[in-house]
Every structure is written in C-alpha cells, then in structure tokens.
Design a protein. Structure first.
Lengths: 187, 167
C-alpha cells in the first residue's frame, strides 16, 4: 500500500488487517506492522498477508521500494478529488511517485498486479450524486484525465495498471471499495 | 550511551518536506541520501523490534540496543490528524536516567525548532517508558548471566566427572 501523505493508506490497511477503521487518525511517521488476516467479503475469500504501513513522504521512497519488492499486489493510493480539481501540487507529487514505482515494476519479473486507487471521491460533488449504474462512466472520465493517462503509462499501460475509484468515509464505503479492488485483482 | 539521535516529524500541511534532524543537524530537503538513511534507520528498528511501552499515543519500540520513541505533538495536521514526533537512538550498554532525560530534552528541543509543542505528560512518559526498557534490559542481562553461569557450571561438572572417572 503506497501513496503520499493523507491519502488513506492507514485506513485501508486497518480495514484489511482488522475489519475496522481507525477511531482516531494520526500521521504515519514511523512505519507500523499490520497483521495477516483471512476474511470473507461477499463472494470473496481474502487472505491478507502481514504488511507494513509506511510513511507517505518522499523520504520514505527506499522503504516503499523494499515493500514493493516483496509484495504480491501493489496498490498506489491517490486523492482522486484533488486530481479532478486539477490540483497541480498533487499532480506533481503523483507523477514523481509513479516515475519511481514504474521503474520498480519494470524491474520485477513477473510483474506484480498494480492498481491505482483513487480515494476521497465523496469530496467530489459529482460522485456523491451518482446512481450506481453511472459509476462506470465516472471512472472512465477519470481515466481520461491527462494526469491519469500519464500515471497509467508509467504503470505499464492500461492492461497492467488498473484504476479503481471510491470513498472510505464510512465502513460500508470502505467495504465496497475493497470489494471492487479485489474483484479486479482476481479478474 | 551513544548521544546521537534522529528526529523525524511530518509537516502539518502534508505537502511540505518532512522535518528530519540527523545526528544533531537539520537535514536539508535536498539531501535525499541522508533523509532516506534517517527514515531507513527508524524503519529497521520498528521492523525488527518489539514495542516495550505503549500508552496514550506514546510508544517505545526496542530492537537490540536501538530504540524508537513516538510522541504525539500538541498540534494536528491539515486533515485533523494527530501529528507525532519520532526519535530514534542507540545506547551502548545500560539504560539509565541520563538517557531518558537526554531523549526527553531532545524531543522538546526538536519540537520547538519546528514550531511544535509537546505535552508535559508525554515527556514524563518518556521517563516511564525508559524505566520499562531498563527493566526489560536488566531482565535480559540477568537471563544471559544465569545462562553463562549455568554453562560454566555444566562444563566444570563434566570436567570433574571426567577426571574423577580417570582417577
């Protein structure tokens, strides 16, 4: 689970390793161990290995690489709402991150599955009013953003880098996002 | 005691570079090598170590003679999250009051230097955490001493039996 600061790495790791979401949030400075867990989510039987919740600052790139190199699946989280709002600072950061991750992915054989996960969609007014049957169109429009096309290219192209969007503002939404991610992992 | 400590805190705006001080000096945001060294040092202690003291957001993790202390600062980041300060260090032989006082003072000074505050109770907790570390370290030393003494005793007993059998 990689991504800049405040994108939701700790939230997602906590959900996967315990089934709960944090009662109170804190910045992840020193890394934190997350335990392994097996659980059922609808029709999915998920076996989550022990992992590490790492800091999101650029100073942690060496830690990111180490984690990347021993992971079965790589999830890169980013603030979808900020990219939709054309936040240039966020664009610059995700571009830098994907340049590194792209090189690490390239060096692995076989290449591990790679997912770009856009979080905080609830903060985008369009997403919050979407009916379930229109979510696909929303994801397609997101994929067409120039910055996302660029990130997907760094990640090895559309076949290698999947894009999933969602919100984690409640445990139900987190569960829905996790289901969608793992549904694509096994597809 | 090795007096060299590493301090690390994330920026409150979650966009500016992290604050890192390595061996008494602020590490420039452009010095990527030393920044990653500092972060890797902290990570290696957490990955290989075990938490010795966890209370009220305060945590001390130990790995051999190295430790990582995490203290919540008085401020929150832009997202409203607790913003901790991390200190990593090493001690030569024993854990004593001077070490805990040195770490507590170091955290306070680092917090001041980056415009943060620490609660008095967290500085008190540093002393409490190092007392727990001292106890664990003493127990480990005692076990090692007993183990060595047992080994020597066993060796002497075997030699005695050998020589008693020969004569």
């Amino acid at each position: 689970m990689l991504g800049a600061r405040g994108v939701g790495k700790t939230h997602l790791i906590k959900f996967l390793s315990s089934g709960t979401i944090p009662a109170e949030y804190k910045q992840t400075v020193a890394p934190e161990k997350a335990s392994a867990r097996r659980f059922a989510l609808k029709d999915l039987d998920l076996k989550i290995k022990e992992t590490l919740d790492v800091a999101g600052g650029k100073a942690a790139y060496a830690e990111w690489k180490e984690l990347h190199d021993r992971s079965d699946v790589i999830f890169y989280l980013l603030r979808a709402d900020r990219l939709i709002a054309n936040d240039s600072q966020v664009e610059s950061r995700v571009r830098d991150d994907l340049r590194h991750i792209g090189e690490w992915l390239e060096a692995r054989s076989p290449r591990p599955p790679f997912f770009i996960i856009g979080t905080h969609c609830d903060l985008d007014s369009t997403f919050s009013t979407l009916s379930p049957d229109r979510v696909g169109d929303y994801v397609d429009r997101f994929r067409q953003l120039p910055i996302i096309s660029e990130l997907v290219a760094y990640g090895g192209g559309a076949q290698a880098a999947k894009v999933v969007l969602g919100s984690m503002e409640s445990i139900q939404n987190t569960e829905a996002l996790v289901y969608e991610i793992f549904r694509q992992v096994i597809s | 005691m090795n007096g060299k400590l590493v301090f690390w805190a994330q920026a409150l705006d979650n966009a500016s570079p992290d604050h890192i001080a390595f061996q008494g000096e602020d590490v420039s945001p452009n010095d990527e090598v030393r920044r990653q060294q500092a972060v890797s040092l902290v990570s290696s202690v957490v990955k290989g170590g075990t938490p010795v003291f966890v209370e009220d957001g305060f945590q001390l993790t130990e790995d051999g003679h190295r430790f990582v202390v995490e203290v919540p600062s008085g401020e929150r980041d832009r997202e409203g999250r607790i913003a901790p300060i991390v200190c990593c260090g090493e001690y030569d032989a024993t854990v004593n009051e001077a070490l805990s006082a040195h770490v507590a003072a170091g955290i306070g000074n680092f917090a001041n230097s980056i415009g943060r505050t620490t609660h008095a109770k967290h500085l008190e907790m540093t002393l409490k955490a190092f007392a727990a570390l001292k106890k664990k370290s003493s127990t480990r030393r005692l076990r090692r001493t007993i183990g060595i003494a047992g080994l020597i005793f066993g060796l002497l007993a075997a030699l005695y039996a050998l020589f008693a059998g020969v004569s």
